[in-house]
Design a protein around this ligand. Structure first.
Ligand SMILES: Nc1ncnc2c1ncn2[C@@H]1O[C@H](COP(=O)(O)OP(=O)(O)OP(=O)(O)O)[C@@H](O)[C@H]1O
Ligand SMILES: [Mg+2]
Length: 353
């Protein structure tokens, strides 16, 4: 162990979220029967926190820090050499930026993207606006509040998603809509359940991929693409890797074989996906690690769906977590993945040769 280096692992635990009832949408009261079933989906499980801590402990002296209202004081007193940030934040549209901002105030080096990039990538419309400015393909879209529905024409079929969530929160089998009535219904449900605008996007009907990236601009290591194999979804369901597919139909004891890695694709398609991913990472200012979701349009061309600069990292291979799966395909076990991200960040800060 390199005991000279002290790493603070900052997370947002499901346990704490439950204890203090700061689940993010409860700042405006939701009636019990309207509370979405996935409000805790993004917070870290004890299993993930333990696995990241154990990986880091192989080389560093590690202290756990909950990313709550005490985090500033804890980090100020600890003054670690590096903050390993996996905190999604408890609440608010800038929740993923909270820990990077604290680190910036305290002058602490931290892993991953900065507050601006995390804030933008959580907002799928801001992300798509930046991609569009740089001529990077993503599906045609509208940001919609319930009061903006009158007279508006939408592309059909469309997918209706919350503006700023992850882990497929608010994205369900019925998020694919083919009529105006269905679309209006989903916009209203997103507004009621998650207190935010909806993103209405043209539905991309082709194959779906997610691509892990490690490194920084001009030195990205692109991991083998993972295909989301929609053919294993229950017959009659929509081809969406959403709430049911991630949290209801899948069972870690008997995992649905939905992640195919490496994806079986032509070298031409792999090349165009890699190029697109690198451009998207660079225009959004992503650092150290990320997972980028893409889907092919009707013409077979890849489009960016979203970037996850705080990617999910469930340690159990049975949990179908795409970044650890891509890392395994590249020959990196879970511990290698975590230690690589720490080393990339330390190198970026000039703290490692
Ligand atoms: N425009 C689209 N066309 C087709 N399918 C889409 C589109 N947008 C989203 N999807 C489907 O919905 C799923 C979830 O969408 P998205 O990745 O935007 O949500 P998320 O909650 O941010 O996901 P994550 O779990 O990656 O954080 C995608 O994996 C894909 O199957
Ligand atoms: Mg996604």
């Amino acid at each position: 162990m390199n005991s000279a280096l002290h790493v603070a692992l900052v997370f947002t635990s499901k346990k704490k979220a439950q204890e203090v009832s700061v689940v993010r949408r409860l700042d405006e009261l939701i009636k019990d029967d309207e509370e979405p079933p996935d409000l805790l989906a993004e917070y870290d499980t004890e299993e993930t926190i333990c696995a990241v801590e154990a990986a880091l402990a192989r080389q560093y002296c590690v202290t756990r820090v909950e990313g709550d209202t005490q985090a500033y004081e804890r980090l100020r007193k600890l003054h670690p050499d590096l903050v390993f940030n996996i905190s999604e934040g408890f609440a608010g549209p800038n929740r993923e930026s909270h820990i990077p901002v604290l680190c910036e105030i305290l002058g602490l080096p931290y892993t991953g993207s900065d507050a601006l990039t995390l804030g933008i990538c959580l907002d799928k419309v801001r992300t798509k606006e930046i991609l569009a400015f740089h001529h990077i393909p993503s599906a045609p879209f509208f940001q919609v509040d319930p009061n903006m529905l009158d007279g508006q024409c939408f592309p059909m079929p469309a997918i209706v998603k919350p503006l700023r969530e992850g882990s497929s929160m608010g994205i369900r089998n019925d998020s694919l809509v083919t009529t105006r009535e269905q679309l209006v219904q989903r916009v209203l449900e997103i507004h009621r359940g998650y207190h935010q605008p909806a993103l209405v996007e043209a539905f991309l009907p082709g194959r779906e991929f997610t691509v892990g990236a490690l490194g920084n601009t001009s030195a990205w290591e692109i991991l083998p693409p993972v295909e989301i194999d929609h053919s294993v979804l229950p017959p009659g369901s929509n081809r969406i890797y959403g709430y049911e597919a991630k949290w209801v139909w899948d069972d870690p004891a008997n995992p649905m074989p939905i992640l195919v890695c490496p994806a079986d694709i032509s070298s031409a398609l792999e090349h165009s996906i890699r190029e697109l991913v690198i451009r998207a990472l660079d225009v959004l200012g992503v650092r150290d690690w990320c997972r980028v979701d893409l889907r092919l349009d009707a013409g077979g061309h890849p489009n960016i769906m979203e970037l996850n600069p705080l990617p999910g990292i469930l340690p159990d291979p049975g949990e179908n977590s795409a970044l650890p799966a891509a890392a395994r395909a590249a020959g990196y076990c879970y511990e290698d993945l975590i230690l690589k991200v720490a080393a990339i960040a330390l190198r970026r800060h000039g703290l490692l040769k």
